[in-house]
Write a protein that binds this ligand. Structure first.
Ligand SMILES: Cc1cc2nc3c(=O)[nH]c(=O)nc-3n(C[C@H](O)[C@H](O)[C@H](O)COP(=O)(O)OP(=O)(O)OC[C@H]3O[C@@H](n4cnc5c(N)ncnc54)[C@H](O)[C@@H]3O)c2cc1C
Ligand SMILES: *[C@@H]1O[C@H](CO)[C@@H](O)[C@H](O)[C@H]1NC(C)=O
Ligand SMILES: *[C@@H]1O[C@H](CO)[C@@H](O)[C@H](O)[C@H]1NC(C)=O
Ligand SMILES: *[C@@H]1O[C@H](CO)[C@@H](O)[C@H](O)[C@H]1NC(C)=O
Ligand SMILES: *[C@@H]1O[C@H](CO)[C@@H](O)[C@H](O)[C@H]1NC(C)=O
Ligand SMILES: *[C@@H]1O[C@H](CO)[C@@H](O)[C@H](O)[C@H]1NC(C)=O
Ligand SMILES: *[C@@H]1O[C@H](CO)[C@@H](O)[C@H](O)[C@H]1NC(C)=O
Ligand SMILES: *[C@@H]1O[C@H](CO)[C@@H](O)[C@H](O)[C@H]1NC(C)=O
Ligand SMILES: *[C@@H]1O[C@H](CO)[C@@H](O)[C@H](O)[C@H]1NC(C)=O
Ligand SMILES: *[C@@H]1O[C@H](CO)[C@@H](O)[C@H](O)[C@H]1NC(C)=O
Length: 597
């Protein structure tokens, strides 16, 4: 595979100048050109950081420095169908969660992988491209928790400001934007079987909807952050377009090691970073903005002396501010993998990789443009809604796609060899689809802690999946729903049949019973990659809140956090679009606060 990717990369460089995009790439400032101080220093050029760099540099009176640990995105990440191959490469931080005896038991050393993007564009460079905003009630709930200005009616304009939707039916929708930097399209290629999935969802009682519109419950072909069929990362959307702005300096390969805080005045005044083993200090005249993501924003705060006092002392860090909420309240959409259904395809499914590549290079269409892991997505009800008293009435979501039974899955998820063999050896690469269900509102809460006081060491990530057993119940019900889905007459036209390979440790339980699925979920646990809420936004009265409603860090001047970590609670959908919205709104707040200064 590595060989194939290298080969494809070479072909793209030779034959797809639109992907190479030489003239519009972000200009990286040399260390010599860097100033000693900037008005704003942004840490992390991911989904949020790229937006901020663009919006703040609109004011030509301000100087902005964006520091990113990774490099500019390459060319392979532009190819939608290859998203999974980016994991464990240089654009992935390659985090793993701490091992557990109650979840991720089917993974090597009982540890699930937690990929995170390391590049300009951050996780939007390696994500699965699906554009979902969540539910109106998510934001109304944020507001009810004491964050005025964050209700749905307040945030909708920021979602729209960010977006340029190219889907003809949606351009006139009051829920969508057409003048933003972030392009939203349908996948350029749709698998011939995708329409079966949608029709089967109708049989299950659902309708085709715009899940980002009036009603979230229902199914649809995904809206995707792609432009001309190719990935539209936040860096492509927001940074390439600012190439000419002299007041914006972007520095890649720069690992921020510390936020500098004046202990007397409790004011952030700059950052320290390392590049090629050299240490640098740069000052911030107005603010330091932390956008290092859900895992690394709390990590950096703690390394800078802002966090739970006992924990900081435990790892030998001088406490500047005791902020007990830093790293707590970790939430994620947990799902289950491996729900594989064999089918007889109604078409000639024999295509060769070479002809697909040639089609991609020459005709700019074909299956490399497929969003194969999410041909159709859906938001469904659960019978457990009432008993769980969830504020939002959608409790699980489905991603229907392919690639379940291939080596790729094994590597991306980190499955143990023997489990992989048991589940897949007799069905490898046979025609099949798989459905991944995930819960939208987990009750379990995890945390991030430091392993020690060295930034190079990955922090401890403990999601505590299924700590609250209700989370397991919803997934068991979802697995049952998915089984029923395969029995619809639409899916039966394809002779859909569940793979009957059992997880050995669960084989004593009746196949397809709730008990079986509860057991199964503890082995084939999946993150849906939506970790949030480790520096949550909330009022001063909530001692676990890390930032206020203007995203300023409580107790520290000149410092904001702006990324997925500030969500008080996780939203009912994928997180990239919400993070971009958060950054759009944050930029407006910052402009308001510094009006004319
Ligand atoms: C595999 C995967 C699939 C996903 N699929 C989807 C999807 O289909 N749809 C969707 O909406 N969401 C998806 N997501 C989630 C979504 O992409 C993230 O929630 C979102 O990108 C997070 O944005 P962020 O700004 O909080 O962090 P990030 O985008 O991760 O940005 C953080 C940035 O900070 C940098 N950084 C960290 N520490 C430092 C430091 N010390 N110094 C300098 N720089 C630093 C990082 O390198 C990174 O560039 C997926 C995520 C992953 C990993
Ligand atoms: C976690 O990993 C460590 C080190 O490999 C091992 O000693 C421990 O038994 C593991 N714990 C669980 C619950 O798997
Ligand atoms: C939005 O996308 C369309 C293509 O769908 C393009 O023609 C237009 O220029 C884009 N608008 C902006 C503001 O980028
Ligand atoms: C799905 O339903 C539509 C509308 O009823 C129909 O035209 C189409 O043929 C169906 N597709 C499949 C694959 O059954
Ligand atoms: C911290 O702020 C005080 C008061 O402005 C100042 O005297 C002191 O020099 C500052 N310390 C540092 C390290 O900048
Ligand atoms: C791809 O593009 C070529 C040339 O424009 C066209 O002839 C062909 O039908 C397209 N194929 C698909 C699958 O869209
Ligand atoms: C989902 O649940 C809500 C609230 O209970 C209900 O109003 C709605 O009809 C349900 N939708 C479906 C498709 O079952
Ligand atoms: C699946 O179908 C069975 C039999 O019709 C039904 O009893 C069960 O409630 C269904 N499960 C779900 C989650 O829809
Ligand atoms: C489904 O199975 C039946 C019986 O074996 C067969 O006749 C039919 O062709 C199969 N359907 C498809 C789509 O292959
Ligand atoms: C930039 O500074 C000038 C001169 O002080 C001022 O007139 C102008 O309004 C400022 N621009 C913005 C966008 O704040």
């Amino acid at each position: 595979m590595i060989g194939f990717l290298t080969f494809l990369e070479l072909l793209i460089v030779l034959r797809r100048p639109d992907i190479v995009d030489k003239d519009n790439r972000v200009r990286i400032v040399s260390v010599e050109e860097m100033l000693g101080s900037y008005d704003f220093v942004i840490i992390g050029g991911g989904s949020a950081g790229a937006v901020l760099a663009n919006r703040l540099s609109e004011n030509s009176n301000w100087t902005i420095l964006l520091l990113e640990a990774g490099n500019d995105e390459g060319v392979i990440s532009d190819v939608p169908s290859l998203a999974s191959y980016l994991q464990h490469t240089e654009v992935d931080w390659g985090f793993k969660i701490e091992n557990s005896s109650t979840y991720c038991k089917g993974m090597v050393n009982n540890q699930c992988n937690w990929p995170r993007g390391k590049a300009l564009g951050g996780s939007s460079v390696i994500n699965y491209l699906i554009y979902v905003r969540g539910n109106r009630k998510d934001y109304d709930q944020w507001e009810e928790l004491g964050n005025s200005g964050w209700g749905y009616d307040d945030v909708l304009p920021h979602f729209k400001k960010a977006e340029n939707v190219s889907i003809p039916d949606l351009r006139a929708s009051p829920y969508h934007g057409t003048t933003g930097y972030l392009t939203v399209e349908r996948a350029r290629y749709k698998h011939p079987i995708a329409s079966y999935f949608l029709n089967a969802s109708f049989e299950m009682g659902y309708s085709e909807v715009d899940v980002n519109g009036e009603t979230q419950t229902g199914f649809m072909y995904p809206q995707a952050t792609v432009r001309n069929g190719r990935r539209c990362s936040s860096a492509k959307a927001y940074l390439r377009s600012t190439a000419g702005r002299e007041n914006l300096h972007v520095r890649t390969g720069a690992l921020v090691t510390k936020i500098l805080v004046n202990e007397t005045t409790k004011t952030a005044y700059g950052v320290e970073f390392v590049r090629e083993n050299m240490k640098y200090t740069v000052r911030a005249k107005k603010e330091v903005i932390l956008s290092a993501g859900t895992i690394q924003s709390p990590q950096l705060l703690m390394l800078s002396g802002i966090g739970p006092k006992e924990h900081l002392e435990e790892v030998g860090i001088r406490v500047i501010l005791d902020s007990p909420g830093v790293g707590k309240n970790l939430q994620d959409h947990v799902g289950i993998g491996g729900l594989t259904y064999l089918i007889d395809p109604p078409h000639d499914s024999s295509t060769s990789t070479l002809s697909e590549v040639e089609q991609f290079l020459a005709e700019r269409n074909g299956s490399l443009y497929d969003i194969s892991f999410g041909e159709v997505i859906g938001f469904t009800n659960s019978s457990l809604i009432v008993s769980l008293s969830i504020a939002v009435d959608r409790v699980f979501s489905l991603v229907i796609g392919f690639n379940g039974n291939s080596e790729l899955t094994k590597n991306a998820f980190g499955l143990k060899d023997d489990l992989y063999e048991t589940l897949y050896s007799n069905i490898i690469n046979k025609d099949a689809y798989s459905i991944i269900p995930f819960i939208l509102h987990p009750k379990s809460r995890g945390y991030i802690k430091l392993r020690d006081n060295n930034i190079v060491h990955h922090p401890l990530i403990v999601p505590n999946y299924f700590d609250n057993p209700q989370d397991l119940e919803i997934l068991a019900e979802a697995a049952d729903f998915i089984y029923n889905f395969s029995l619809t007459s639409t899916m039966q036209e394809l002779n859909a049949s569940v793979s009957s390979n059992l997880i050995p440790d669960c084989a004593h339980l009746e196949f397809s019973s709730r008990d079986y699925w509860r057991c199964y979920a503890r082995f084939y646990t999946l993150t849906i990659y939506h970790a949030t809420s480790t520096c949550k936004m909330g009022s001063e009265n909530d001692e676990m809140a890390v930032v206020n409603q203007r995203l300023k860090v409580h107790g520290i001047n000149g410092l904001r956090a702006v990324d997925a970590s500030i969500m008080p609670n996780i939203v009912s959908g994928n997180t990239n679009a919400p993070v971009i919205m958060i950054a759009e709104k944050a930029a407006d707040l910052i402009k308001e606060d510094w009006n004319g200064l």
